[in-house]
Design a protein around this ligand. Sequence first.
Ligand SMILES: [Zn+2]
Length: 279
Amino acid sequence: MKILFIGAHQDDNEFDCGGLAMTYIDRGHEVRFLSVCNGCGGHHILSPEETTATRAKESAAVAEYLGITYDVWDFDDCSIVPDLETRRRLIRYIRAFAPDLIVSHRPNDYHADHRTVGQLVQDASYMLIVPHECPDVPAMRKTPVILYSGDYFTNPPFRPDFVFDITPYIERKMHIASLNVSQVFEWLPYTNGETVPEGEAERLAFLRGTEIDENSTDKEVLAAYPTRYVKFAKPAAKCRKELIKKYGRRGRKIRFAEMYQLCEYSGAITDEVRKELLV
Ligand SMILES: [Zn+2]
């Protein structure tokens, strides 16, 4: 099986999908990360060129740790639009890899780059099987399964169709997040007005944040916990009902989860595909 995670930026796949990616990697499937933007916009001290180079090294470290291919395209942050040229670039890229599953943003995300990437994936989805579109790369015979990674936007609200207990992967997920040093210890704290402590252990504790009451509802979590912590613990609170439905009583106690919504333009998700793709 081949699984393609398409994020707008170099921490999106790590934060939103790291646990699911690892479940596939551990089961011997081929996982690939794509960041459509080069990361140039996300720093308050480094120049765009320096930031791009730094991000590239961080993504290479994530790729090495996970043992995957991690492609980074050359679009500057905040400058990507869903035009025909970019759509065709994406169609060719997806066809060449021929994934069974694609995971990307919903097109109503807060960040214009996320929205654009979600739109591009939607726009490409049907064209993947159309032979006269981008005829230089053979068309796929069927549309891959397409999922949206979890978010909290409300117009329309995210629908957690598939939920995963990622507790066994949370330490590794936090590790790949931490490899994005210029993001999680520099740029994001700067934007959030946070001070990052000195020392490796202290920095990881900062990234991890406060522990959560597993019975919290999403509303309570939002009120009680800082942003950085919510990044890791919020999905389980948000999809508690679905976790209980899938895992039974154990679902009440799951602290770390990821959630995904089926894209309306996804390929067919038969029982067989569901069994193989969705643990
Ligand atoms: Zn992003």
